[in-house]
Design a binder for this molecule. Structure first.
Ligand code: SF4
Length: 331
């Protein structure tokens, strides 16, 4: 955090607390980030409890169905073909293998199965297999989510027809900082894909990453961009950068203080009160206490399982033990 003030700020600085609205100003988001930590957490908790059971956490499992060789240049990502990270590019998994993983995820307690492919955009022929995966995941009684890059309207329509529940496509950071992180597609490309997904009637999963060297203003800008979408994403993953050797962000970027990460979660909760706020990448390196604070700040969803696409995630046993210690339950 650049600096914190405990100055008394009028309560009316943020109007209509708890209402899902898209007219947030940057000043309002800025105000939230600069609240004292106790006040911020109190507001986030109060709003969280208006809509959610504070003791329940939604659990998703994420599988990389097509790993590596991606033509995009996202500076944090080991799957980009632009970086030497030692990750081997693989062909798309076959449908049966994916469904076996989905079955195992369900048995381990997941309620949603997310499938990620390292593409700039899927080819129409790739979608045949992805649609079969979505249908199979749904038949298991799980919610389905995919992240495949940019989509055309007919592709989004096909996924909807297959029964897709969620499409993940992150804004990553603020519009101003975005060009420092990705040069191969624009912020507007991402907004267009989100609109295409929304128009197809698919729920949106969209969030970002912190700890990439962004300023406080960029964190404000990221939450502002998410919270001013015409409809808030139903799911908002907030990731802490996982540094991967060989990527441009392997070292150098300043990272983020754990309490500033908690602040980001709390501000996301307040700004998007009806959304599931997902504690995503970076949990492996977080203490149980930091994760507990995130849950207290309004995070109510986690990824579960040993891997997040290609980076490590806390062991399932550790997750379940933590929830148990907190008296919380997964669903
Ligand atoms: S984040 Fe996605 S789009 Fe970007 S390089 Fe990685 S796989 Fe490709």
């Amino acid at each position: 955090m650049d600096s914190i003030t405990n100055d008394c700020i009028p309560a009316e600085a943020v109007h209509s607390p708890g209402v899902a609205r898209s007219d947030w100003t940057r000043d309002e988001i800025h105000y939230l980030f600069r609240l004292s930590f106790p006040e911020l957490l109190f507001q986030a908790q109060s709003i969280h409890r208006m809509r959610f059971d504070p003791a329940r956490v939604q659990v998703s499992t994420l599988l990389s169905i097509k790993t590596g060789g991606c033509p995009e240049d996202c500076a944090y990502c080991p799957q980009s073909a632009a970086y030497e990270t030692g990750l081997k590019a693989e062909k798309m998994m076959d449908v049966a293998a994916v469904l076996a993983e989905a079955s195992a995820a369900k048995a381990a307690g997941a309620s949603r199965f997310c499938m990620g492919a390292a593409w700039r955009a899927p080819k129409d022929r790739d979608l045949d297999a992805v649609c079969a995966m979505v249908e199979g995941v749904k038949a298991l009684g799980l919610e389905s989510c995919v992240t495949l890059g940019m989509l055309t309207a007919p592709q989004a329509g096909r996924l909807k027809e297959a029964g897709l529940d969620y499409y993940n496509h992150n804004l990553d950071t603020s519009p101003e900082f975005y060009g420092d992180i990705i040069t191969t597609r624009t912020y507007q490309d991402r907004l267009d894909t989100l609109e295409t997904v929304r128009d197809a009637g698919i729920n949106v999963c969209c969030g970002g990453i912190v700890g990439m060297g962004e300023s406080l203003e960029d964190r404000v800008g990221m939450i502002h961009a998410l919270a001013t979408l015409p409809t808030h994403p139903e799911s908002v993953p907030i990731n802490m950068l996982v540094r991967v050797e060989g990527t441009p962000l392997a070292d150098g970027a300043a990272g983020i203080d754990a309490l500033d990460f908690v602040r980001t979660i709390a501000v996301a909760r307040i700004a998007m009160p009806a959304s599931m706020v997902r504690l995503s990448a970076g949990r492996e390196k977080m203490s149980d206490e930091t994760q507990a604070l995130c849950l207290l700040a309004g995070a109510n969803s986690i990824f579960y399982g040993p891997k997040l696409l290609t980076t490590a995630n806390p062991a399932q046993d550790r997750d379940m033990a933590l929830l148990k210690r907190l008296g919380m339950t997964a669903r």
